[in-house]
Design a protein around this ligand. Structure first.
Ligand SMILES: Cc1cc2nc3c(=O)[nH]c(=O)nc-3n(C[C@H](O)[C@H](O)[C@H](O)COP(=O)(O)OP(=O)(O)OC[C@H]3O[C@@H](n4cnc5c(N)ncnc54)[C@H](O)[C@@H]3O)c2cc1C
Length: 400
């Protein structure tokens, strides 16, 4: 049986960043990373919006706020050093109705408390200077927001991780299905055979709660999949958006709201919405998994969440199936947008950690037990913050 000092489960951006940081700190160790898919970054990392988040919205002092700020700066340095295409193009968060102004002010004050560099309140004139087709009453200009391809970043982490030592390995197409624990080792059972490790670091994204339970660690949450659908702007529509345009975040809703995002390849996406999915890794509108559905719907927390957020949930469902409704929301930001400016795009699925009383866990959540570490909740901005999260993971596991 092959034996490693550290085994990392999950080849998304968090697992790969952890592999790199750990290898840098322990170049003498043998580290393996297991990914169940044939390629790295197949799930959340490969399906996100590609935004280097500033950290405007997160509660001051929270793990998300601190890790986002540190991770963002480190990510931009990393991208510069390794020639990964990125663009710190800035974004605007736009209030289009009077009722939104207090929420805009809240976000601005939050941004100041989080020391987001260069944020500024701007009026209609400056809004149309930055985004000529956007109409708003007031906005926040966030100059340090940027765009990048997180799959390319994750792959680079993996490449550098392997270069540090010949003993380091990335084993793709290897799903870890069980663990056999003994005094000083854990045996990993995979479809590609058995492996042994002294320390285990689990970064399974949409599967994180299941992996924890298999390791006899109580996650205290259930992961629910929330699909986000995007539309692409057609050639004609693309002329109406320069960079990133966001609506004001309403604290009553669990997500940021559909926004316009220029991607690093030059395309422009609008979305994502957020609808409960019946399959954790299901990217189609009618994808279904019996196992995932039964597990989600037999969990009390799911029903408590549905009961509280039913109106929001129904609205999102309607928009998932109606282009007209999706467009009407986007038109609040760009009134001249027309149906032929939108073409159906891709989807992504967010892992939403929900507690048994139906609360969505906002902040990053990491739990260590024995010689295992489990990343149980790594929602947005975990891609932006990945290097900072990896630093925390390394600190927590080096002494195990
Ligand atoms: C629609 C959407 C938009 C987003 N936009 C942004 C954004 O603009 N900016 C930002 O910073 N963040 C964004 N995020 C959040 C960000 O993408 C995630 O927080 C981040 O990718 C999480 O990385 P991860 O490694 O934890 O998870 P994942 O990328 O999901 O990786 C987990 C990996 O574990 C593997 N795995 C699971 N179980 C096993 C097993 N048993 N054995 C082996 N391997 C296993 C999976 O196959 C997967 O590859 C967005 C997310 C979504 C879904």
């Amino acid at each position: 049986v092959r034996t490693f000092d550290y085994a990392i489960i999950g080849g998304g951006i968090v697992g790969l960043a952890a592999a790199l940081k750990l290898a840098q700190k322990r170049p003498d160790a043998a580290i393996a990373l297991f990914e169940k898919e044939p390629e790295l970054a197949t799930h959340q990392t490969g399906h996100n919006s590609g935004v280097i988040h500033s950290g405007l919205y997160y509660k001051p002092g929270s793990e998300r706020a601190t890790h986002c700020a540190r991770g963002r700066r480190e990510l931009v340095e990393f991208a510069k050093t390794h020639g990964i295409t990125h663009d710190i193009c800035g974004k605007i968060v736009v209030a289009t109705q009077k009722e939104e102004l207090p929420f805009l002010e809240n976000s601005f004050q939050n941004g100041l408390a989080n020391n987001i560099e260069g944020i500024e309140k701007i009026g209609p004139e400056k809004i149309s200077e930055i985004e000529p087709h956007c109409e708003g009453l007031e906005a926040i200009w966030v100059p340090c927001t940027g765009i990048i391809n997180f799959r390319a970043v994750a792959e680079k982490f993996g490449e550098l991780f392997k270069e540090i030592s010949e003993k380091n390995e990335i084993i793709k197409g290897a799903e870890v299905t069980d663990f056999i624990k003994s005094e000083d080792k854990t045996e990993l059972i995979t479809n590609k055979g058995k492996y042994q490790t002294r320390v285990m670091i689990c970064c399974g994204g949409l599967e994180s709660d299941r992996i924890a339970r298999k390791d006899e660690v109580e996650p205290g949450v259930k992961i629910l999949g929330f699909r986000g659908d995007y539309y692409d702007l057609s050639e004609r529509g693309r002329r109406k958006v320069r960079n990133l345009i966001y609506p004001v975040a309403n604290p009553a809703f669990p997500v940021l709201g559909v926004h316009f995002t220029r991607m690093i390849d030059g395309s422009v996406e609008c979305g994502p919405n957020a609808v409960f999915t019946f399959k954790r890794e299901g990217y189609g509108k009618i994808d279904f998994s019996l196992k995932d559905t039964v597990e989600s719907l037999s969990y009390g927390g799911t029903w408590k969440l549905f009961k509280r957020e039913w109106k929001f949930g129904l609205d999102e469902y309607a928009r998932a199936f109606s282009k007209r409704l999706f467009l009407s929301r986007l038109r609040k930001l760009i009134p001249s947008l027309e149906s032929q400016d939108l073409v159906p795009g891709r989807s992504g699925v967010r892992a939403l950690a929900v507690s048994s009383n139906g609360e969505m866990v906002d902040d990053f959540k990491i739990k260590t037990q024995g010689r295992s570490l489990h990343v149980l909740n790594a929602p947005s901005p975990a891609a932006t913050a990945s290097l900072a999260i990896a630093e925390t993971i390394t600190k927590k596991t080096l002494h195990l």
